[in-house]
Design a protein around this ligand. Structure first.
Ligand code: ADP
Ligand code: MG
Length: 362
């Protein structure tokens, strides 16, 4: 799967851009403030319906414009077929997404049409941040390999929200709480089983990718499902009732899941340098892409913001070699063109120069 053609209009300082893209390496270089990250943001917007920089999409629409539009041709499937995909966001808040002329109802549908992986300056939070970051990582993976997951996940979130609303309400009837608990338990278990199964399949790929990178020790990844593995969730929740009432929220379940990663026996959040942390994040995301390819036969698109600032030259080479090996299309940004010359020398690629929001190939 890749993007052969991209059009961006009024995304931050990118006023109007129409370009063909390379099926593998797209190198975007230019001085700070020229619009490189905005270009990745535009592609992300197309695949996720949101920005990775701000919650509020109004900030992403060019200050002088009423709306932004990102559209692209997407080539995928066997035999390969070209599809047309687009998103539009007005500064007053209206959002619309289309795929092959049909309106999409939610950004979840965008994600399944255009699987994206992003690595930027904040990605170390996958290891150093809270468990929700790691749940998101797992959910990306399960969502893209298990067709039923999107629906199960949505139903789970809804039941959890309802139960928490009841708990917060104060004076509630035991009966309605029990009804929501009975609804939530099997959904929580289902989400958990799918995540667990996914992680078991992923671990060997993480180890394999990590082995390609110098400087990462032996890896252990354990899944914590959000409640004790020895006790059935229904039993745990029945024991939690008093506590849930007093804290006004559901104490255990798949919404508390985490992925516990150790390097040479030490938790990754404690024992790694910032450089090693970043490297491990690359290993995790590249492993996801590998597993995705193995299970679906398809590739995802990588967005790598400011790669030269993130990794030393030796590890940059290893990451880029891995991306070529995966046959993934990638868009990578950096200030200096010369940083990339050595990385893609003798390999197929396309350079793009960004200057004051204008993008030129070459
Ligand atoms: N909504 C907006 N409208 C117009 N310009 C914007 C908007 N938001 C940010 N900018 C400007 O866009 C420029 C490009 O930013 P960015 O893509 O982060 O650059 P780079 O990644 O090349 O350093 C910046 O100069 C920033 O001030
Ligand atoms: Mg930038």
């Amino acid at each position: 799967m890749y993007i052969p053609h991209l059009e961006v209009s009024q995304v931050r300082n990118l006023k109007s851009l129409k370009t063909d893209c390379h099926p593998l390496a797209n190198i975007i270089y230019g001085v700070n403030g020229s619009g490189k990250t905005s270009l990745l943001e535009a592609i992300y917007l197309l695949g996720r319906g949101r920005s990775f920089r701000h919650r509020d999409l109004r900030l992403v629409v060019n200050h002088q414009a009423e709306e932004l539009v990102v559209s692209a041709k997407i080539e995928k499937g066997m035999p390969a077929k070209v599809h047309q995909m687009g998103v539009r966001r007005t500064s007053s808040g209206k959002f619309a997404a289309r795929f092959d002329g049909k309106t999409l109802q939610s950004s979840v549908q965008l994600a399944s049409e255009l699987p994206l992986q992003l690595i930027d300056a904040h990605s170390f939070n996958l290891l150093e941040g809270g468990p929700s970051q790691r749940r998101q990582f797992l959910d990306w993976g399960v969502f893209h390999v298990e067709q039923t997951y999107g629906d199960v996940w949505k139903r789970f979130q809804k039941a959890l929200k309802q139960r928490n609303q009841l708990l917060r309400h104060g004076r509630i009837e035991e009966e309605s709480l029990s009804a929501w608990t009975a609804e939530l338990v099997p959904l929580s278990e289902q989400v958990s089983r799918l995540r667990d199964k996914y992680l078991s399949g992923l671990v060997k790929h993480v180890r394999e990718v990590a082995r390609l990178f110098d400087g990462l020790g032996s890896l252990d990844i354990e899944y914590y499902q959000g409640w004790s593995a020895e006790t059935a969730l229904a039993e745990v929740m029945s024991g939690d009732k008093k506590r849930d009432f007093s804290v006004g929220t559901t104490s255990h379940g798949a919404h508390k899941a985490d992925m516990r990663i150790k390097v040479d026996g030490v938790p990754a959040s404690e024992g790694l340098s910032r450089g090693q942390t970043k490297l491990l994040v690359y290993a995790l995301k590249l492993a996801q892409a590998t597993y995705f390819r193995e299970t679906t036969g398809d590739s995802c698109v990588f967005l790598l913001d400011d790669l030269p600032a993130e990794l030393d030259v030796h590890h940059r080479q290893q990451v880029v070699a891995c991306l070529y090996g995966l046959d993934c299309q990638f868009f990578v940004t950096g200030v200096d063109r010369s940083d990339f010359d050595v990385l893609v020398k003798d390999r197929p690629h396309q350079m793009f120069h960004v200057e004051h929001g204008a993008v030129t190939a070459g």
